[in-house]
Design a protein around this ligand. Structure first.
Ligand SMILES: *[C@@H]1O[C@H](CO)[C@@H](O)[C@H](O)[C@H]1NC(C)=O
Ligand SMILES: *[C@@H]1O[C@H](CO)[C@@H](O)[C@H](O)[C@H]1NC(C)=O
Ligand SMILES: *[C@@H]1O[C@H](CO)[C@@H](O)[C@H](O)[C@H]1NC(C)=O
Ligand SMILES: *[C@@H]1O[C@H](CO)[C@@H](O)[C@H](O)[C@H]1NC(C)=O
Ligand SMILES: *[C@@H]1O[C@H](CO)[C@@H](O)[C@H](O)[C@H]1NC(C)=O
Ligand SMILES: *[C@@H]1O[C@H](CO)[C@@H](O)[C@H](O)[C@H]1NC(C)=O
Length: 885
């Protein structure tokens, strides 16, 4: 048994608002209990040291007691871990001075999930919710010398099944679909819902102390949390900041609180009384120089400045609290109002009074074992999002409320967050203790997160309104009212009410997708939550031709849409063996958690591409990975461009689309999924495409009734006077066959307008000898200062039918030039979907997956660890479309 000594006695303020700024609180002592614990299973056959924060799975792996959980089929063979019960034990000693404090709390920032906590043989508390922080009063149970602290975990799988057994009616879905290879009844436990398996993730029902543990001792009071939420009164043109101090006081305490934002010459002093127990104390600071406040803007719309807010509390001359935190000023509204000439309501976000099109994706947990999600990983993923011009992410409701760092980085980078509460794709129980633990979860999470300007909306759940409305779970009509009532109880009467009490500074939606205000009118569950005239939409259709934009819903806001692809060979290789490297292997079907997913990818790809048919099995496998990525990138490009060009128009009552968040940004393990970034951070072709299709200024082409249309889409604040340049190329040669130019057109900031239009037949006839099969188009926008936005392409036939397309001979030269590595490419003929891969060297290219219409091209490689031109050169492979068949 290890002995957990007092590692440090520090005077820190427990302030989760921002770790950048510390604070101090007199007479407040904290002892960290992180570090080594002992963990053992129920029959004692396994006993080993545990890391805290951590979980049983990662400790077992660290000690060599199990193989890498992500290797091959280990998610199945490791299933026994979460069926056992595990006990964490540590021994600690505290000074007598520490114990003479008025209050001593044993604090767990996160316990995963169901446990009882024992100090020296006394049960001091129980836990049942991974998303809550727990503080147990332990002063009377601490003694001199060694104290034994035990946390006994009950198998989450047994617990969930047990709760189901005690439920008087079924709460569907009872189990995940077989293809997910998961375990049942996850909706009965307040734990990451995807930890029992998902259609992109494995079943690893974790157990452990997943966040920090410590003892806190104090005499007068302890500050649990500070929040600072600005609001703007437009009739007074006045900013104010609502500062809340969440305080745990031992006794009635008179205090003089001074709140200030020095940089804005604002300071106010309040005389207050903290009453004993946990209380929320609100102070409103009016900002003096309101007209000088620098606003926080989403990425590409402006900067992300912050101010330092300071709070000091004095009792007589005694400093009781002293803390500083960041405060960012911005306003957000979700606008749902009638649109002239259209049924339904608008649905868009206005930030600082400016309507903003949300461009981005959906975020899922970055690892099955949250303790493996390092700060570097979080930063890398979020940086990858803004690097491709995203300004928004939706933190999806089947994972976790992310760590503080995640939101701080989003604040810094200007990423808007659509924050779900953690309920997904299920009905939920509403027993009293379940509601009670959810209520506490919601209060704590809203309090923790509301100071972050990045969060622009709270949303009650993922797809549960749709699940009920469109009857995913075969609920008999006679039983429907029970589930409807449960739905309203949980999300409306509890979660919504709490959020409205705790945070009026941003909108709340009950679900996604939803009809928003219209769903509310219909009793919170609309007849058709996918109605494109209202709210947001999720849309998936794997087999209809994704190059045909008419298959997409012209929605007000696309919060989910996607297509799967396989991650690169270098990502799969460490978790597989040679036997697995074929599209028909057991491994390839095992990692696919979406019914018929592998087949759907090939069917969709086959609509436009020759499928790989190499006689070399390994090449055929890697070529197939490539073709799934080409398919995915091109599908999401087409769909996203449709949403972006639909931002201004209303057609048959539909349109004014103001958001495109594709499913999904990141991966939880090495498997096929809808992600654009692979597990480990490598960009798929889709992610490179996003850089273009999310560009601030973008030309979009499509065909309707055999006419080619080009739209100019602009997210800029200022107007541009743009010309569209359309170049017609032959597959068989480099130089354009001909080139056309539109008239200059005023393109207002934040709009999508038609800039070029011509029947395809006329266009080809005017362009010597071109046919749909022999030619394709590239196009861009320009103004007097040059090209604006990326060059885009439009195919007039499927590449599999392209006439004259040859197999190019592409050569690459890698060079070190100054700090960066460049790859100079040379091709002898037109090459579509040119793909550079450097295996497991982490990093990204400046662009990739591109169409080469000229002999030479230079691409930069940005490495994420030190490397050399030689190493990159050795690993580099170059593939283009004709190389796979
Ligand atoms: C103890 O539990 C482990 C893990 O569940 C199991 O494999 C083992 O057979 C058990 N040993 C005994 C003696 O019951
Ligand atoms: C785990 O604890 C539960 C509840 O006490 C018990 O029913 C179950 O048998 C235990 N599991 C094991 C493997 O001991
Ligand atoms: C703005 O201030 C005015 C005058 O004090 C007040 O009547 C009004 O309610 C305030 N508006 C908001 C949104 O707080
Ligand atoms: C490809 O091009 C390189 C450089 O131009 C040349 O050396 C090589 O022989 C060519 N390969 C083929 C198969 O044509
Ligand atoms: C293109 O690259 C080739 C081979 O690297 C080189 O010889 C040639 O000069 C380049 N042409 C142009 C126009 O840059
Ligand atoms: C692969 O498919 C292409 C295009 O259909 C065909 O021309 C080629 O002969 C096939 N190769 C093999 C090895 O079957």
């Amino acid at each position: 048994m290890t002995r957990c000594r007092i590692v440090s006695v520090v005077f820190t303020l427990w302030c989760l608002c921002d770790s950048v700024f510390g604070g101090s609180l007199l007479q407040h002592t904290s002892v960290s209990l992180d570090g080594k614990w002992i963990v053992s299973n129920s029959n004692g056959s396994l006993t080993f040291t545990a890391e805290v924060p951590g979980c049983v799975h990662t400790d077992l792996y660290r000690h060599g007691l199990i193989q890498d959980p992500y290797f091959r089929f280990n998610d199945l063979s490791h299933g026994w871990i979460s069926l056992d019960n595990w006990t964490y034990t540590t021994t600690l000693s505290v000074t007598s001075e520490f114990r003479t404090k008025q209050e001593v709390l044993l604090v767990f920032d996160g316990v995963d999930t169901v446990s009882s906590v024992w100090l020296n043989g006394v049960n001091v508390g129980d836990t049942d919710n991974m998303f809550r922080r727990y503080g147990f009063s332990v002063k009377d149970h601490l003694k001199d010398g060694d104290n034994v602290l035990k946390v006994s975990f009950l198998s989450p799988v047994l617990y969930a099944a047990e709760r189901r057994r005690h439920s008087s009616y079924r709460v569907p879905p009872e189990c995940p679909p077989d293809v997910q290879k998961g375990v049942c009844h996850v909706n009965f436990i307040r734990k990451a819902q995807c930890s029992f398996s998902w259609d992109w993730g494995p079943s690893f029902p974790t157990m452990g102390l997943w966040k920090e543990v410590r003892l806190e001792a104090f005499d007068v009071l302890q500050l649990l949390q500070v929040s600072a939420v600005p609001s703007y009164n437009s009739s007074l043109s006045q900013w104010s900041v609502q500062v809340e101090l969440f305080v745990d006081a031992v006794q009635l305490t008179n205090c003089q609180i001074t709140v200030s934002v020095p940089e804005l010459d604002s300071e106010q002093t309040f005389h207050t009384q903290f009453v004993p127990g946990k209380t929320k104390n609100v102070f409103v600071l009016n900002i003096e120089k309101s007209d000088q406040v620098k606003l926080w803007w989403p990425h590409t719309h402006g900067r992300q400045p912050f101010y330092v807010l300071s709070v000091r509390g004095l009792q007589d001359k005694l400093l009781l609290l002293d803390t500083r935190s960041k405060v960012y000023f911005r306003t957000v509204e979700l606008v749902q109002e009638p649109i002239p000439g259209s049924p339904g309501l608008s649905f868009y976000f206005r930030i600082n009074n400016k309507p903003i099109f949300l461009k981005g994706s959906n975020w899922i947990p970055a690892h099955s074992f949250q303790n493996q999600v390092s700060p570097a990983l979080v930063r890398n993923l979020l940086q990858s999002a803004v690097d491709v011009n995203m300004n928004a992410l939706r933190v999806w409701g089947g994972g976790v409320y992310e760590q503080d760092l995640f939101y701080s980085v989003c604040d810094e980078l200007g990423i808007m967050i659509w924050q779900d509460f953690m309920f997904a794709c299920a009905m939920y129980p509403t027993e009293e203790d379940f509601i009670e633990t959810v209520r506490e979860e919601v209060v704590q999470q809203v309090t923790r997160l509301k100071s972050h300007p990045s969060i622009i909306i709270w949303s009650g759940n993922n797809e549960n309104e749709a699940a009920l409305a469109t009857d995913w779970f075969d609920i008999p009509v006679s039983e429907r009212p029970v589930y409807l009532k449960d739905y309203v109880t949980l999300y409306v009467n509890n979660i919504r009410k709490i959020v409205q009490m705790e945070d009026q500074s941003r909108p709340f939606l009950v679900s996604s997708p939803t009809n928003g205000a219209e769903s509310e009118q219909e009793g919170w569950v609309a007849a058709d939550p996918y109605d494109t005239h209202y709210g947001d939409t999720h849309f998936y259709s794997y087999l209809s031709d994704c190059w045909d934009w008419t298959t997409f819903p012209r929605t007000r806001f696309a919060s989910e849409y996607g297509f799967q692809s396989w991650p690169s060979f270098s990502t799969l290789q460490p978790v597989s063996v040679a036997d697995d490297w074929s599209y028909n292997s057991d491994f390839v079907s095992h990692r696919q958690h979406h019914q018929d997913g592998n087949q759907q990818m090939l069917e969709q790809a086959a609509l436009h591409f020759h499928l790989p048919n190499s006689t070399d099995p390994l090449k055929r496998f890697t070529d197939t990975i490539y073709i799934t990525q080409v398919m995915q990138a091109q599908c999401i490009k087409t769909q996203t461009e449709f949403y972006r060009r639909s931002q201004t128009e209303i057609i048959e009552g539909k349109g004014q689309t103001m958001g495109a968040l594709y499913w999904q940004l990141n991966d939880i393990w090495q498997a096929p999924s809808w992600s654009s970034i692979e597990f480990g951070g490598k960009w798929k072709m889709l992610h490179y495409f996003a850089q273009n299709f999310f560009a601030a200024v973008l030309p979009v082409a499509f065909e309707a009734a055999d006419t080619l249309w080009v739209y100019a889409v602009s997210d800029l604040s200022q107007d541009l006077k743009l010309t569209a340049v359309v170049a017609v190329y032959s597959w068989a040669q480099f130089d354009p066959v001909c080139s056309l130019k539109s008239d200059a057109l005023l393109v207002p900031g934040g709009s999508a307008v038609v800039i070029f239009k011509q029947p395809v037949a006329a266009l080809l006839a005017g362009c010597g000898g071109c046919t749909r099969a022999t030619c394709f188009l590239t196009f861009h926008l320009e103004d007097s200062s040059g090209q604006q936005g990326p060059t885009n392409h439009h195919f007039l036939c499927s590449p599999k039918d392209a006439a004259g397309l040859q197999r190019p001979n592409i050569t690459a030269k890698v060079q070190q030039s100054d700090a960066s590595i460049t790859v100079s490419l040379h091709t002898d003929s037109v090459a579509p979907f040119v793909w550079l891969d450097v295996g497991n060297i982490p990093g990204r290219f400046s662009c990739n997956g591109f169409l080469m219409v000229s002999r030479n091209m230079t691409v930069r490689f940005e490495a994420w660890r030190p490397t050399s031109a030689t190493e990159v050169s050795k690993s580099l492979t170059v593939l283009s479309l004709t190389d796979v068949y």
